[in-house]
Design a protein around this ligand. Sequence first.
Ligand code: SAH
Length: 352
Amino acid sequence: MTQHNLQDDHSSTPGDGGFGQDGGCLNISAVEALLTDEPAAELFARADRVRHEAVGDEVQIRGIIEFSNICRNDCFYCGIRRGNASTRRYRMSEDEAVAAATRAAALGYKTVVLQSGEDMYFDSGRMSRIIERIKRLDIAVTLGLGEREYSDYKAFKDAGADRYLLRIETTDQDLYRSLHPGMDWQHRHECLMMIKELGYELGSGFMVGLPGQSTASIAGDLLYLKDIGVDMAGIGPFIPHPGTPLRDAAGGTLEMSMRAMAAMRLLLPDINIPATTAMETLHPEGRMKALQAGANVIMLNVTGTVYGGLYDLYPGKEKPGSKPEDSRKRIEAAICSIGRAVGQGPGGHKRK
Ligand code: SAH
């Protein structure tokens, strides 16, 4: 299965990096070759073909509701880190979160993603109520609330949540330690295992271009996601935020992020892979390019104008004044213009 899709046609190019018919050479250096040696246009075209064969031409559109930017963590790269005193903090009420989901459903969204900082105000009771109310709209619910206790993950699942996103951020444990004061890589990994065990569709991913991150380390991230068997992988460039310790860092490039994303498609042909917002920030057509290089999902912000822009992970994340109803129409037109269709269902991971 894997070896077939890694070699989507019968020609073996040098860029295959040793992925032969036996598929037995999935090592770091073979994946690294995809990131560094294969001409980008060829890699992207190959990932696009594999995407077409494995998940078809539909693009799944999700609506993201960023319901709180209050966070107990202090991640060095993140604009809503606890230590950034210049961020204006907000927290939606339960009714506001449900209202945002209701608006999204009315606009045609079949999945909403509830994302927040690690805001413990939203305990299992509050969160479960929100999830139960949104599930009455008959749409899929994805959560991205960070690291929680097993009992919380279980309560959210019991309340009806379908999927959970928790990026591992990097699998380089020294790098992880240097960026996440007071956090523990092993614990994050264990959270991913709990989420999987509870039967959620599991989304993870990482950033590209973190300070000191090597291509071997990115290759390790890709193999990790393959190893744990993610259903969805979000990969995007790190973009330095002026209110963080990494304000002067170089940040990731669109090309390396797209290479990593394309390589992910070759490694896991049938999963959901978003064209990430951070890619769009680096290039006005970033998401459309990504959709033609392996991606099959787009996540649009449906938070609404009151809080829109305050979930300030990195600069340029939000286009000023973009309204949920307009952005969906624009994206639908753009999807059609590249010969693709808009997914009409919940768009979960369909295993091949
Ligand atoms: N608290 C939740 C949500 C975090 S925000 C959680 O822990 O999952 C979602 C993602 O944004 C993060 O996982 C991180 O990969 C990404 N992110 C944060 N800051 C960023 C930056 N400066 N540039 C690019 N991506 C960033």
